[in-house]
Design a protein around this ligand. Structure first.
Ligand code: DAH
Length: 359
């Protein structure tokens, strides 16, 4: 039989005991003793259900209140003891501020990304903006629209990775002509297709650069790779001349190599530019006096360029009598090789930290 006075005693006893506790492990044991599955108070609580309705109102209520109060007190005590033990620990520990810290290795941009960033910075200062295009391209954008006819050697399987699309939706008959322009069927062999995409989309004046990956069906060696990076440049407006091309690219080379490099333009051929020119710079190693790197010529080839071919303008419905423009394509790896004096392309994609840490 439970009566209120013995419950009072029990309650006082438990509260007094709790107050005396001074360690967390003692508190754990105490909690188990009173509140565990077979704990004293737990058992009491269970017996409430057997009480008469009258007793439930008084004794039952007492026990429930007791439990609520007790639980709160235990929690309070736990927090207190935890704080005490933490403070004790802190006061005993010695923190030696003179010990050397741990230095975590810090990464940085890949040398090719650094070259791209620098290039973008320079062309930004000339008023160019960065544009982008897909790496899986259609024959139309990669070749046809750039005046590269079907029998051109660049279209050969030896040079181009053609792709097969799985799960491809058949193109709509009514849009047959259009969709075949859009259907990707190869990995772009250069960044030049973006020229066409941009001219289709935006009216002149246009001044863009397009850094990105390109793919060629080549065996890897020190100077060839099946994937590499280019940056395309395009400027279209009224009255753009070859002098603009020369000035822009010469200034770029000087800023990029942080040297008063000389440039020269040699006639060349690209189907999408007319006239076309390759730009050489005075050898960075010997400053033009002749050495092994430049094969005693004093010059090294840097990029391809030219005035936008009127045929390309016609393809994008721009009037060649009204507009003119220049374009160029630069190999990013080539820039990096010259800037850093690296002699093997493969180093850029092997992720060898001993190499990468030097930049
Ligand atoms: N697309 C050419 C290539 O991959 C490079 C090039 C040459 C781009 C002349 C141009 C250009 O825009 O005018 O070899």
């Amino acid at each position: 039989m439970i009566d209120v006075s013995s419950l009072y005693l029990l309650k006082n006893e438990s509260f007094a005991e709790l107050a005396k506790l001074s360690s967390l492990s003692d508190l754990d044991q105490f909690e188990l003793y009173w509140m565990g599955r077979k704990g004293k108070l737990t058992t009491l609580l269970r017996s409430v259900s057997e009480l008469s309705i009258e007793d439930k109102k008084t004794i039952g209520k007492f026990i429930n209140d007791y439990k609520v109060e007790f639980t709160a007190l235990i929690l309070q005590k736990k927090t207190l003891l935890k704080n005490v033990s933490l403070e004790q620990k802190l006061s005993q520990e010695i923190f030696d501020t003179t010990l050397p810290g741990t230095i975590f290795p810090r990464g940085h941009q890949h040398p090719l990304s650094q070259v791209i960033a620098e290039l973008v910075r320079i062309f930004h200062s000339f008023g160019f903006v960065v544009a982008d295009g897909p790496e899986m391209e259609s024959e139309f954008y990669n070749f046809e629209a750039l005046n590269i006819p079907p029998n051109h050697p660049a279209r050969d399987m030896q040079d181009t990775f053609y792709i097969e699309q799985t799960g491809k939706q058949p193109s709509l008959p009514s849009l047959g002509h259009l969709t075949s322009h859009e259907d990707p069927s190869l990995l772009r062999t250069h960044t030049s297709p973006v020229q066409v995409r941009i001219m289709q989309k935006y009216p002149p004046p246009i001044s863009i650069i397009v850094p990105g990956r390109v793919y060629r069906h080549e065996a890897m060696d020190a100077t060839h790779s099946c994937m590499f990076h280019q940056v395309e440049g395009l400027l279209v407006d009224k009255n753009v001349s070859f002098a603009d091309l020369k000035g822009t690219l010469t200034r770029f080379a000087q800023l990029f190599f942080e040297k008063d490099v000389k440039t020269r333009f040699r006639p060349s051929y690209f189907p999408f530019t007319e006239p076309s020119a390759e730009m050489d710079i005075s050898c960075l190693i010997c400053s033009g006096t002749g050495c092994r790197v430049c094969k005693q010529t004093g010059w090294v080839e840097l990029l391809g360029s030219g005035m936008v071919n009127p045929k390309v303008f016609e393809e994008v419905r721009l009037d060649p009598d009204q507009y003119s423009g220049f374009a160029f394509g630069i190999g990013i790896e080539r820039l990096a090789i010259f800037k850093y004096g690296v002699d093997d392309l493969r180093l850029f994609c092997e992720n060898d930290l001993r190499f990468l840490k030097q930049f």
